[in-house]
Unconditional design. Sequence first.
Length: 185
Amino acid sequence: MTGHPSIDLVNTEVMRRGNRHNLLATKDDLRRWIETSIETGGVHPESLPEGCDTGEALRDLLVLRELLRRGFERFADGREPEAGWKDELEAQVARAPFAYRVSGAILVPVPQGPPADALVSLVAVDALRLLAEGKLKTLRRCANPDCVLLFMDASGRRKWCSMKVCGNRTKVARHYARKEKAGRA
Ligand SMILES: [Zn+2]
């Protein structure tokens, strides 16, 4: 989890044994995803209304995930998003516009609307903020061709979604390829 719910949402699709696998398939998955988003600072608990872990919220969130992926992958490929992509995101935020609440030293945005709309608005506004700040241009695809995860990298040097997972796997594969070659020689 990156602390950015829009990127974390797109990354709930992963590759497993060559197939795309959905980590947000059930309401329990959604509940866990929301909890982790709160723990990693992506979402403030007071931003979320009661009851945003419904089947309706899950369905709407998966539609948003498709929209986000369309734009994010273009940024990761060094392109601009399609015309209208930003407008579509803005429309998702408009489903539940924000009021604000002070919680301790934090100004907390509170989307106003039914729970499913509120959840979608919170994630969509995160993407709009990254867009406005120019940070979507730092999106990269993992260098492992069997991995669909995206990450932000301002340095331009990072290659893998995670050194532990894909970086290591690639290193190990190279190690064995070298060994095999040496064995044959
Ligand atoms: Zn990866």
